[in-house]
Design a protein around this ligand. Sequence first.
Ligand SMILES: [Zn+2]
Length: 184
Amino acid sequence: MAPPVSSRSHRIEIAARRISAVLALVLSTGYLPAAEPPGARHAAFQEVVKRGPVVHGRIPHLLVNRQLHAAFHSALNRIQGLESCRDLFENLGADGFQVLADTTYVYADTGPWRSVCDRACAFTTVGGPAVGLCVQFGRISTAEATLVLIHEALHGAGLGEQPHDPNGLAPDEIDEMVRNACGF
Ligand SMILES: [Zn+2]
């Protein structure tokens, strides 16, 4: 007759092995997205992080300027760190990191585009290289501003939107998609 202690310790050992197997799986998949990109890509990433966003002219509003720099870095990190976030761009045949790196930001709460700022905190044209920023952009949270930059970058990569694109998503639906894919 096997002593009960032995059979119990056997069960415990199996349970422990199962747990460690599950842990290893979680850790290895958990580490994958955060792994450093190889060689040249990593260097390019560091270069853009150091350079910061490309700004056309001057941003006269201090909060908008600060917000742009903080949100730009946060957006780069989310795209770099989350495969699901990168995939939003890859589904459009674009590289999200490159789209952000190539975007030119312009303060738009003056001049011909002023009226757009009555109903938006940022805007762009589909496939266009420039994003207009309004005063309101400086007044939202940095997380929200990060979401805005990724949303506008998707337009830069060619993503259409209702009502201009009848087959496109509504603005709220694009926000929701970015929230889910980019870890908000
Ligand atoms: Zn939009």
